[in-house]
Every structure is written in structure tokens, then in C-alpha cells.
Ligand binder design. Sequence first.
Ligand code: B12
Length: 214
Amino acid sequence: MVDQEMLYAFLSQGKMDEVKKLTQKALQEGDSPEVILNQGLIPAMEKIGARFKNGDIYIPEVLIAARAMHAGMDVLKPILSKSNTPMAGKIVIGTVKGDLHDIGKNLVIMLLEGGGFEVVDLGVDVSSETFLRAVDQHHPHVVAMSALLTTTLPEMKKTIDALKQAGLKGRVKTLVGGAPVTEKFAREIGADGYAPDAASAVDKVKQFIADESH
Ligand code: B12
């Protein structure tokens, strides 16, 4: 059985090799990758996310924990993709056109991946056309957009409008975030959701997917 406490300790200290070894050990002892993910890595990363949200830890700690989590995920990924285990859901994400800030977006991605979601990262400076193409190609549950500049905020509306026009708005939920984004702004531009930080972004996506299956 995967040692949750030890895993959390290693993860929070960013000990990549130890996390990797612990993951391999759990596999050797007969734990399924799903169990290691759902009862080991994900809860440990959720704890990190919650501590970040509470202000107990800061961005660098989240980044080193996320990197250690990736080391564990790398061990599981080849087995998981073979066994076709359904991920919790798929998210297409990018920083909008004209905007190159990606630290916040990358944190959101790490916590989403930590939450068992499959994430397609379109990078920075992503146009509404590129978002649309990605929705067509990847059929995500959620399109998530990040913006850090007040001058690039209108790009979010542009993408949402483009999704509407293409008749895709009913098929995907839209989630927006970034320092200048507010709940009110999200409502005004017709986004389905807003989250102020990476941990709440995961909660929001979970909520979207739960609503969908009802
Ligand atoms: C780092 C930084 C840069 C770096 C970016 C490096 C990188 N790889 O990202 C560099 C140096 C390149 C940069 C450039 C510029 N920057 Co700058 N930058 C910052 C800075 C200092 C920190 C941003 C950051 O990473 N914060 C940390 C992350 C973790 O926080 P966050 O992004 O807000 O993300 C959190 C939440 O917002 C949320 N979130 C983020 N994305 C998403 C997405 C979704 C879907 C959800 C749900 C949630 C979510 O979750 C995250 C984690 O909790 C800010 C100042 C500040 N204090 O915010 C200025 C700031 C954003 N920059 C600013 C400016 C003006 C610029 C430049 C125009 C400067 C210039 N004259 O060249 C250029 C623009 C370049 C461009 N085209 O994008 C201004 C913006 C002003 C405004 N309101 O428009 C700021 C506010 C600084 C200031 N006070 O003037 N910048």
C-alpha cells in the first residue's frame, strides 16, 4: 500500500527521486497505478494546493512539489495510458493573445494534472482561432484562459464569442482567471466560471464535470 504520509513528506520537500522510488515500490508491491494516483499522489498534491490557498506555503514550494509529483506521474503514465484509464476530464488551457505571462497558468496546469485531469497546454499568446481549433481537435470538457494584462482581457471575450458562433459553447465550459480577472468580469463576458487561484480552479473544473454528469 502506498505510504501516503511519506509520499506527502517527499512531495512537499520536492524530493523527485524519492517520490519516483516510492511510486515504483508501490507498483512492485502490487498497487495499481489508479490506487497510487488516487490514494497517493493526488491527495498529497491536494494538500499542497490547500496549503497554498491558505497562504501557509508560497509559489516556489508549490512548484517544487509539482515537479516531484511529475516524477511520480512519469512512472505511472506509460502504464495508465496502456490500460486506458479514463482521466477525470480534459482541459484545454492557454494564456490569451498578446499576453506572455505563464507562471500562474502553469501552476493551474500542475494542480489540474495533480487532480487527475488531462491538460492540453496551448502555451502563451494564444489566439481565439487557436483555442477554437484545439476544441475541435481535442474535444475538451473545459477551455481555460489566463490573462495578466488589462489590455489582453478582451481576448477572453473574443474567444468565448468565437466558441458561441461556432456552436461549441454548449459543448465546452469556459473558465477564466489571472490577476486582473474578477467574478463580475467573467459574468459580463459570458464565461461559465472564474477562479481566483490554482486550487480553486481545480474545484471549479470538478464542479463543471460533476454538473455535466447529472
Ligand atoms: C512575472 C511578471 C512578468 C514576466 C512574465 C514571466 C512569465 N513567464 O510569466 C515578464 C517579465 C515577461 C513580464 C512582462 C510584462 N509585464 Co508583467 N508581471 C509579472 C508579475 C511580476 C508577476 C506575475 C506572476 O507570475 N504572478 C504569480 C502568479 C502565480 O500569479 P497569477 O499569474 O496571478 O496566477 C494566479 C491566479 O491569477 C490564477 N490564475 C492565473 N491564470 C489562471 C487561469 C485560469 C483559467 C484560472 C482559473 C486561474 C488562473 O491562479 C494563479 C495561481 O494561484 C506581475 C505583477 C504581479 N504582482 O502580478 C507583472 C504584471 C502582470 N506585468 C505587467 C506588465 C505591464 C508587463 C509588461 C507589459 C511590461 C513591459 N512594459 O514590457 C510585459 C508584457 C509582456 C506580455 N506581452 O505579456 C503589469 C500588468 C498591468 C496591467 N494591469 O495590465 C503587472 C501587474 C505589473 C505591474 N504592476 O505593473 N511580466
